[in-house]
Design a protein around this ligand. Structure first.
Ligand SMILES: Cc1cc2nc3c(=O)[nH]c(=O)nc-3n(C[C@H](O)[C@H](O)[C@H](O)COP(=O)(O)OP(=O)(O)OC[C@H]3O[C@@H](n4cnc5c(N)ncnc54)[C@H](O)[C@@H]3O)c2cc1C
Length: 239
């Protein structure tokens, strides 16, 4: 099969991660010939509406062979259709992975992944690959959610953290009630919290992904407030 060919893939499984967030696993057809990297996105469309195409970051990693996984929040037309309707046995057309939101797995680097809500999806891929390969690259996910019920991949991130001494998963909740027993951090991601978590700023490479407001907010924090250079930040805006 030729590279970069658009192919129809069966949904092998559909898993609700949260009440409004679903992971679908798309099975590669026989002889599917693809080369791709962790952090890239695929573009999907339904067979009955070929003109309506939408991009989704891979939440699986390049070591996961035989399928792609994407994790979708119920939002807008495509997001709602996938979360409410996509089920095992359905099929979707898949435009192969592309994109430059790629982890720099260099030994001395510290990758700081700033995520809000569903913007955490590609970072599961980042952490999976680094952990399975036993890489020395440090990786820290700073994840902002409204409440503890909104943490996507909580169990997997905590397992990866226990397996990988170079990986840290840190959550901050922005809208918990005062009575909530959560003992972790509260409030938005801000410069003091980042400085507390990242003591080696010259080696840091920041990643921010998701809705434009979060990505631009991170850009302001890193460039304007913290004074880091543009080549220390990688952005993926979802629009
Ligand atoms: C590179 C890339 C990677 C992405 N990765 C992911 C991912 O991993 N997971 C994920 O969930 N999404 C991801 N997205 C976003 C995804 O492509 C879709 O845009 C998203 O699922 C929403 O579907 P839609 O575009 O069909 O929404 P649309 O129907 O086009 O709506 C777009 C936005 O407008 C709002 N809207 C629509 N109608 C109204 C209205 N009448 N009034 C007010 N607001 C309205 C919707 O709530 C939505 O926020 C990614 C996007 C890009 C570009």
């Amino acid at each position: 099969m030729a590279k970069k060919k658009i192919v129809e893939m069966l949904i092998e499984s559909a898993t609700m991660e949260l009440a409004d967030t679903k992971t679908i696993r798309l099975k590669w057809p026989e002889d599917y010939d693809v080369s791709f990297k962790t952090g890239q996105f695929i573009t999907l469309y339904w067979p009955d509406s070929p003109k309506y195409k939408r991009a989704y970051s891979l939440s699986s990693c390049a070591l996961d062979q035989g399928y792609f996984e994407v994790t979708v929040k119920r939002d807008g037309k495509m997001g709602t259709r996938i979360v409410d309707w996509a089920k095992e046995g359905d099929s979707l057309y898949v435009i192969p992975p592309t994109g430059r939101f790629l982890p720099v797995y260099e030994p001395e680097k510290h990758l700081i992944c700033i995520a809000g809500g569903s913007g955490v999806t590609p970072f599961r891929g980042f952490a999976r690959e680094a952990t399975r390969r036993g890489l020395p690259t440090r990786l820290t996910v700073l994840y902002s959610v409204r409440t503890t019920r909104d943490i996507i991949f909580d169990t997997e991130f905590r397992e990866l953290e226990s397996q990988n001494p170079h990986f840290k998963f840190r959550v901050t909740c922005t809208r918990l009630s005062e009575e909530d027993p959560w003992s972790g951090r509260r409030g938005r991601i801000d410069t003091p919290w980042i400085r507390e978590q990242v003591t080696d700023l010259p080696n840091a490479v920041f990643y921010a992904c998701g809705p434009t407001a979060l990505v631009e907010g991170t850009e302001r924090l890193v460039i304007d407030e913290m004074g880091l250079s543009r080549d220390q930040i990688r952005l993926e805006k979802w629009g």
